[in-house]
Structures are given as C-alpha cells and as structure tokens.
Design a protein around this ligand. Structure first.
Ligand SMILES: [Mg+2]
Length: 277
C-alpha cells in the first residue's frame, strides 16, 4: 500500500491513518447522519455535497476498499441520497440491504441480520405493534408542531429536534406510556438517538448488519465510523478485530477506540484514503 499524504491532517486523522497503514483490504462501514453529513434540523435537509458523492464514488472504485453505508434511514431514502455505483447500502439498522455485484446488478431488499438470513422475530407481530404505536403517536402529535413521525416500514421514529423542550418531554412521556404497553408482546425495542426515539424489532441492529456483511470479504480489516447510540452496536461488531471510530466533539463512554470530531474530519479521512491509489 502506498504512503498516505498526511501532510496537513490533524492528529486524530493521522492516528487512524497510521493504524490503517499496511492493511491489505479495508471494509469501511459508515453511518450517514452526523457522520457523512452534518445533522440537519430535519432529515430531508441532510443531503450530501457533490464533493462527498464523488469521493464515495472514487472510494468504491478502489480495489483494496469496500464501502457500506449503514443507517437507520429506509433503504429507498439512502438510494436517493447516495446514487453511488458500487456502494453497499444498509437501511433501517440492518432490516434492508442493497449489495451491488460486479456484474452491474444488485441484490436488494433481503434482510440479512439474523444468523440464518431470516427475520429474527415474527415479522407480522412486529408490524402489528409498529402500526399500533404509529396510530397512537399520531393522536399524541395531533395539533403539535416541531415533531416528525417517520414510518419506516421496519421501524418507527419520532423526531423532536424542532419541538420546544417542555412539549418534547410531554410528548415523550405520552409516547413512553404507549410503547410500554406494546413493545414486549410485539418483540420490539426502543432506542434513543439524537433528538429521536425509535422503535424497531428486537434483534435488528448494526452489529448484526456488520457481522453479516464483513465475512463476505475475507481477510479485510473492518473500520466502523458513526456518531450515535445505534452505532455502538457497529463498534461492538469490530471491537478487538477492527477499528471503531466515534464521531463526537467530546470524549464519551463508547466501544470505539478512536474518535473524529465531526463529519468534516470524516470527509478528510476519506480523502486521505482516496489519495492512496
Ligand atoms: Mg448518525
């Protein structure tokens, strides 16, 4: 492998590049919001720049790299946001996947996060629970502003970034009363992210998504980069065997061994990786 440029990078990036130096194959797993693009007031405002798209395109062309975006967003949204040939896309924390093949077509849609390639829970029961919660949440949010209910098929997310803090607490308390009645019987679980609370089927998470994809490229070093609670599952998948990279302004308890400050740091790291071929 060629030498990294490393002329102008900051210490955080240099430390990562030093560790990657000499790795033959690298399987790069990237979260989307808050990692590849800055967090925006609403999800539809978080779009990648042309520069980022071109960078991903070039990375996907490199022989020693395989790149996957692993996000909580639905696969369809990821496809629209990231029209990049060769890029693997994982939606709804692993419930949906799109894998480009070398013959120019894609494997799309199959869930692959259980050990046997099957949905880990009874799908119909999960969906019934999600529908109940969606209906309850809509009633709770009626007439209120600053909230966004996202029905993702395999999951349900309630965003409250633009809500006033007192109203957010009120709504979250009401939503908690709802989910406490529903989740256990419907094999669902609750996860808290950045100004979002999400309900998803138990057993669907980024750890299983990474574990399902990583063996498809034997001998590769996995690098998982992410910023939020759900990415801790991704870090767990590579702990001791690959490299977890938390994207955060400040230190915090994490399973990741490395830290980058913000999406701008991530882009700079990717540019260095692009420069090696
Ligand atoms: Mg994120």
């Amino acid at each position: 492998m060629k030498q990294w440029k490393k002329t102008t990078c900051n210490d955080r990036i240099r430390q990562l590049l030093d560790r990657l130096q000499g790795s033959g194959r690298i399987f790069l797993f990237l979260d989307y919001d808050g990692t590849l693009v800055p967090i925006a007031p609403t999800p539809d405002q978080a779009v990648p720049s042309m520069k980022t798209l071109r960078l991903l395109e070039n990375l996907c062309l490199q022989e020693n790299l395989r790149v996957a975006v692993v996000s909580g967003r639905p696969l369809g949204e990821l496809e629209a946001l990231l029209p990049v040939p060769g890029l693997i896309l994982v939606g709804v924390h692993g419930a949906e996947v799109k894998i480009p093949t070398s013959h120019g077509f894609c494997l799309r849609g199959a869930l692959m996060t259980s050990q046997h390639g099957e949905f880990p829970q009874n799908k119909e029961i999960c969906f019934r629970g999600l529908a109940l919660l969606a209906q309850g949440a809509k009633e709770l949010l009626s007439g209120r502003r600053g909230f966004l209910l996202e029905e993702k098929g395999h999951a349900l997310a309630l965003h409250y970034r633009l809500a006033s803090p007192p109203e957010a607490i009120e709504v979250l308390n009401g939503f908690q009363d709802l989910w406490q009645e529903v989740i256990q019987d419907h094999h669902l679980e609750v996860i808290f992210g950045k100004k979002v609370v999400e309900i998803r089927p138990q057993g669907i998470n980024k750890k299983l998504a990474v574990e399902a994809l990583w063996p498809s490229w034997p001998g590769s070093v996995a690098v998982y980069i992410g910023d939020d609670t759900t990415d801790e599952d991704g870090f767990q998948a590579v702990v001791g065997r690959g490299m977890g990279v938390l994207v955060a302004e400040e230190e915090r308890p994490t399973a990741a061994r490395f830290r980058l400050k913000d999406p701008a740091d991530v882009i700079e790291l990717l540019q260095e990786m692009e420069a090696i071929t």
